[in-house]
Design a protein around this ligand. Structure first.
Ligand code: PLP
Length: 304
């Protein structure tokens, strides 16, 4: 397997990072996860923009421009002969003496890992997964803003451990005000039946970014599809009782796409029509994106 490290492809056995790297010592860095469908990186520009945003929120300069990062990504995919893959970009503050001052590090470390995509079990999509609302609260926006996709993932890991202890696959975190935020690697949506908020149609609800969440790229696509297809949408502040009363729940992220939820804590849900509709429409969106990129002339990045 080949990995892209700083400025070139190397064998994964030779891809070594210093024990003095501040990504390792302090979690000082940012990352992105992308999905590759049939050789095409889905929503590449959006992921690179978010990487850039995360990096600038911690005062870290990208060592490469967007086009060079795209080349690095496609070189890594091609070197590993991948079609359906998972790509992880890691950007750390880099090597430097022990100490928190970012100026101790002269060069960031940049890594691209591409691996064959491992499908989630079919039963997850057929039956839905179980979520547990964790005691661990989501990071405060004014402490570590969840909009920074940072290498410091302990907040999420602690919540994930709680979920696993309770036999759930994913945790949901509340913020310090008790409002729903997101999962450890996902955004959450639920459907309130007609009448719940005074409306006449079911309402698709999701915590707003002001609650302190990562504004997932999948979340954005799902919201756009919902609006386009006439589903009423409400981004806002919700409590655990709101989700307990919901008729459908699902979570989203780049690798899971739209994943139905069958249980949150002790409350069960049926696989609902809105979840099914959005899952199908999301897959169509992916197909259209891939076809469009492939049809847009000779490949600059060599994915054909
Ligand atoms: N929230 C968190 C904390 C995440 O780590 C992720 C993705 O890993 C998401 C939400 C979903 O983001 P996306 O849809 O861009 O994958």
């Amino acid at each position: 397997m080949h990995v892209y490290l700083n400025n070139k492809l190397v064998l994964s056995s030779d891809a070594k990072v210093s024990v003095f790297d501040h990504g390792f010592l302090y979690g000082d860095g940012v990352f992105e996860t992308m999905r590759v469908y049939d050789g095409v990186v889905f929503m590449l520009d959006e992921h690179l923009s978010r990487l850039y945003r995360s990096a600038s929120m911690i005062g870290l300069d990208l060592p490469l421009n967007f086009d060079s990062i795209k080349v690095a990504i496609y070189e890594t995919i091609n070197a590993n002969s991948l079609k359906d893959a998972y790509v992880r970009l890691t950007l750390s503050r880099g090597y430097g003496p022990v100490g928190l001052d970012p100026e101790l590090c002269k060069e960031p470390t940049f890594i691209v890992i591409a691996e064959e995509f491992r499908e989630y079990p079919r039963t997850f999509y057929e039956n839905g997964i179980k979520l547990a609302i964790a005691e661990t609260r989501r990071n405060l926006k004014k402490a570590i803003n969840p909009q920074i996709k940072s290498l410091n993932f302990l907040n999420n890991i602690l919540a994930k451990m709680e979920a696993k202890d309770r036999g759930a696959y994913e945790a949901l975190m509340l913020n310090v005000s008790g409002h729903l935020t997101e999962g450890t690697i996902s955004n959450v949506f639920f459907v309130s039946d007609a009448g719940a908020y005074g409306g006449h149609t079911p309402l698709l609800c999701t915590p707003s970014t002001s609650c302190g969440i990562l504004d997932g790229i999948t979340r954005g696509i799902v919201l756009d599809i919902a609006v386009r297809d006439g589903v009423m949408v409400k981004e806002g502040e919700f409590t655990r009782e709101d989700i307990y009363k919901a008729s459908e729940v699902f979570i989203t992220n780049t690798t899971m796409e739209v994943m139905p939820v069958r249980q949150v804590d002790e409350v069960s849900y049926k696989a609902g029509n809105i979840t099914k509709l959005l899952h199908k429409a999301y897959r169509e969106e992916v197909r259209a994106y891939v076809t469009n990129i492939k049809g847009s002339g000779p490949s600059l990045w060599g994915y054909e």
